[in-house]
Ligand binder design. Structure first.
Ligand SMILES: Nc1nc2c(ncn2[C@@H]2O[C@H](COP(=O)(O)OP(=O)(O)OP(=O)(O)O)[C@@H](O)[C@H]2O)c(=O)[nH]1
Ligand SMILES: [Zn+2]
Length: 296
């Protein structure tokens, strides 16, 4: 048996990258009875077909570190969250929501502000970076037009399985095309993309990055439904709240309207950014609403 990683699923076959190249595999063995469906990103044990060494059987699926639903992938351990400085301008609440989903999924976020060529004097980037670096997140600025930050981004992909996330039009596909020569993802205006993409079926594929690491060619965190999350659990995923909350009067303080709340005190002293606190409140309320909607 040899070890490998599933890089795509196509026509009922699993394609597994191994030391002996990419093998076309079928699933077989105990895990099928246990109802484990192998996913892109799964580390697997493969038995090579004795008659054809380009084919094989997946006989074991290793334990997963993480799992995402849409796209369904295993073992992603980093998310590059892309927003553009301008065109479209960043939606900070959406960024906070994606950071929150990373925290919940156990995935390390890296924030990328792309199109920095449009930020003439750099002030927009400085404002945004200040919020997120002080919260402890990694932030880089890039421009595919002026080749800024691309090497830094490529370096951050080494030894990781990365999913790109972010709204439409921020430059996710353009960044991936620059980092992976020959990838040729469609880029540009949405209407043109739909036309060009009409007859091609999308499937999720793990791509090897020159220099090391894997990226998914399909964006992640496209579903932002919070129905599975209790509003009371959200505060634990706001990293900058954690050091204050032991000083709240109530042990189970939600930092909403409770008296003597250390998080709100820190907010008033501007030690916690207002936009981050505001996102927290919106997430808290949305989690409650999504839950009520689902339980009808
Ligand atoms: N000025 C500037 N424009 C850029 C940059 N990177 C990408 N663009 C442009 O932004 C537009 C959208 O880029 P895409 O890569 O298609 O964006 P996307 O995030 O993949 O969009 P979706 O596929 O809709 O999610 C294209 O017209 C790109 O040429 C950049 O660094 N600077
Ligand atoms: Zn509190």
């Amino acid at each position: 048996m040899i070890e490998g990683i599933i890089n795509k699923l196509l026509g009922g076959f699993y394609y597994v990258m191994t030391d002996k190249g990419v093998l076309e595999c079928r699933a077989r063995g105990l895990f099928r009875k246990q109802d484990i469906k192998p996913l892109v990103g799964d580390r697997v044990g493969v038995q090579i077909d004795s008659l054809d060494e380009t084919k094989g059987y997946i006989i074991e699926v290793r334990e997963r570190d993480t799992r995402l639903d849409r796209p369904a992938v295993a073992n992603v351990n980093q998310s590059v969250i892309v927003f553009s400085i301008k065109n479209p301008k960043p939606n900070i609440h959406l960024l906070d929501k994606m950071l929150f989903l990373c925290e919940v999924s156990g995935i390390d976020p890296l924030i990328v502000f792309n199109k920095c060529d449009l930020d003439e004097d750099g002030t927009l980037f400085d404002e945004l970076t200040d919020i997120y670096k002080s919260t402890g997140y990694r932030v880089i600025e890039t421009s595919t037009k002026q080749n800024i930050g691309i090497d830094q981004l490529r370096k951050a992909l080494e030894d990781r399985i990365t999913v790109f996330a972010g709204p439409s039009g921020v430059g996710k596909s353009t960044l991936l095309n620059v980092i992976i020569p020959g990838l040729k993802l469609n880029t540009g205006e949405v209407s043109k993309k739909i036309q060009r993409g009409k007859h091609t079926t999308r499937h999720t594929e793990l791509i090897l990055v020159p220099g090391g690491g894997f990226v998914l060619d399909t964006p992640g965190f496209t579903s932002l439904d919070l129905a599975e999350i209790e509003p009371e659990d959200i505060k634990a995923y706001m990293p900058e709240f954690v050091k204050y909350q032991e000083d709240c009067r109530f042990q189970n303080c939600n930092h909403m309207n409770e008296p003597s709340c250390a998080v709100i005190d820190a907010l008033n002293r501007e030690e916690i950014h207002f936009s981050r606190y505001n996102s927290y409140k919106l997430l808290f309320n949305q989690a409650g609403e999504d839950k009520r909607r689902k339980s009808w």
